[in-house]
Design a protein around this ligand. Structure first.
Ligand code: GTP
Ligand code: MG
Ligand code: ZN
Length: 322
């Protein structure tokens, strides 16, 4: 669609939402960035969602005479990344971003320490929302010789499962060429807990972003939640990348416990040979997945991680049933 002139009322302009904070939205059209509001009807449609228009949304704008715009239509989303809202809006869906081509799951080697259980939770989340995922191990400059084997072990494990693993040091600026290349022409979203270096990584990918980065708490070894809202940044080489606030936790409430195994790629074929079609691969007899874990055919670490997530899903089901 052609860009319309600011005083054109009739023709809509197509654009991508790059910032969504409160009542104002930034929309990038082919030629410029427009500040826009939304029509009230979107709030009504989305009563169970805390935010009706999110970054990554493809929208139609009508221009006002003063150069601002009004979002009049939202195109169907290819996918979205959400979490359950906490606090006042508890239980409602909070959509973080839409139309995502790839989620980059960031972990740091130390401060905070690499947490494969969290990688698995993020992989499940990406799977549930139908988003391809890559894994970034940041802060490689902190790897002591004694720690090298551990990092190699996890890197190899995820590569063998078919994921792309990237090693970066935002402090030293190493490992970014491949990340930059694989972000080209895509909508990327960076996820990971606070302090792993998500904003620092983006500053390395494109220095003019100048995103604020935070400290690591001396007492907890964790980040201090420096990034407070998600925004989408235009990349020089084409594409967009979203920085997001560190996720404290995310309810995996959207899946039934019996569906969890679908998101552990290496379990899929095995699960078909289990005796019970709704096997949770936990306690059931004649379970092919349990046998595979016992015989190291699948990594016991991944099986344990599966059981941990299964436990939290089952707890969620019990809590909601009360
Ligand atoms: N040693 C080392 N420190 C790093 C690296 N990358 C980031 N840091 C430090 O880690 C701290 C947190 O970095 P941020 O980029 O703010 O982390 P974040 O993931 O964006 O955190 P939130 O915005 O709170 O979610 C800062 O003090 C960074 O300087 C790295 O590669 N090596
Ligand atoms: Mg940040
Ligand atoms: Zn089974």
């Amino acid at each position: 669609m052609e860009d319309a002139t600011p005083d054109s009322k009739a023709v809509g302009i197509e654009g991508t939402v790059t910032r969504a904070t409160g009542s104002w939205y930034d929309v990038r059209t082919r030629s410029r960035k427009v500040r826009a509001t939304i029509r009230g009807k979107f709030r009504l449609i989305a009563a169970d969602v805390t935010n009706p228009v999110v970054i990554g949304d493809r929208v139609i704008l009508q221009m006002n005479a003063d150069g601002t715009g009004v979002i009049t239509d939202i195109q169907d989303r290819k996918n979205k990344l959400s979490r359950r809202a906490a606090g006042r809006k508890i239980g409602r869906e909070h959509v973080i971003a839409a139309n995502i081509d790839v989620a980059w799951i960031v972990q740091s080697t130390l401060f905070p320490k690499l947490n494969p259980g969290l990688i698995d939770r993020f992989l499940v989340m990406a799977g549930v929302y139908n988003i391809p995922a890559n894994i970034v191990i940041n802060k490689t400059d902190l790897i002591e010789p004694a720690f090298e084997d551990t990092i190699d072990f996890w890197e190899e494990l995820y590569i063998n499962l078919g994921y792309s693993v990237y090693r970066t040091s935002a402090s030293h600026g190493t490992g970014f060429e491949r990340v930059r290349k694989d972000m080209t022409d895509k909508i990327s979203v960076i996820v990971g807990q606070s302090g792993v270096g998500k904003s620092s990584i983006l500053n390395r990918i494109q220095s003019d972003l100048e995103l604020r980065t935070g400290e690591i708490s001396k007492s907890t070894g964790k980040g201090v939640h420096t990034t407070t809202f998600a925004a989408l940044y235009l990349l020089d080489n084409g594409g967009y990348v979203a920085d997001t606030p560190g996720l404290r936790e995310f309810g995996l409430v959207d899946i039934a416990p019996a569906d969890l195994a679908h998101f552990f790629v290496e379990f899929q074929d095995l699960a078909e040979s289990c005796h019970f079609p709704n096997c949770t691969h936990d306690h059931e007899p004649e379970c092919r997945v349990q046998t595979a874990a016992a015989e190291n055919e699948i990594a016991p670490e991944r099986y344990n991680s599966y059981l941990n997530i299964l436990g939290s899903l089952q707890k969620g089901v019990r809590d909601r049933g009360r």
